[in-house]
Design a protein. Structure first.
Length: 156
């Protein structure tokens, strides 16, 4: 019998993440599993507008962004995770999103990762990459990808 004791739901605070969070909460309820909600502050955000070897940070310090994300995560958990049978753990870390998600899952004995996906393809996928795709390839545990019902599949 398949059972999940510890579920991870990474979020970027988007509508797509909200949809995936509903799945994670429902699964946590069904399996009476612990639920962790993770937000990763991508440290590269500071350099996006100034790419290159001389790129200087153009945004606020990472610590400030992390502190703001903690506040936002607390509101997120209150809004979307109120119906879980157990307490929800919220965590904010800084780094490369897919690496931090995979690391968190391994270090916290996660049984299932529930992630939203944009379903991008073609040039958009090549240019933006896919955190979800990388997590699927690198995670030690099953990954459930959830696409919002309003997102239409586009053939490559």
């Amino acid at each position: 019998m398949i059972t999940f004791r510890h579920i991870l739901c990474p979020t970027d605070f988007s509508e797509l993440s909200a949809h995936a969070t509903h799945f994670a909460v429902s699964l946590a309820d069904k399996y009476r599993a612990d639920l962790d909600v993770l937000h990763v502050v991508d440290e590269a955000y500071q350099y996006w507008p100034a790419m290159g070897p001389e790129g200087l940070p153009v945004g606020p310090p990472v610590e400030e962004v992390v502190n703001n994300a903690r506040t936002q995560l607390a509101r997120w958990i209150e809004q979307y995770c109120a119906n879980t049978p157990k307490a929800v753990t919220g965590e904010v870390v800084a780094g490369r999103p897919f690496l931090e998600i995979v690391r968190y899952a391994r270090e916290n004995s996660i049984d299932l990762i529930v992630l939203g996906t944009h379903g991008r393809s073609g040039l958009t996928h090549v240019l933006l990459g896919s955190v979800t795709e990388r997590v699927v390839r690198k995670a030690h545990c099953p990954v459930l990808t959830v696409r919002h019902p309003d997102v239409k599949f586009e053939m490559p």
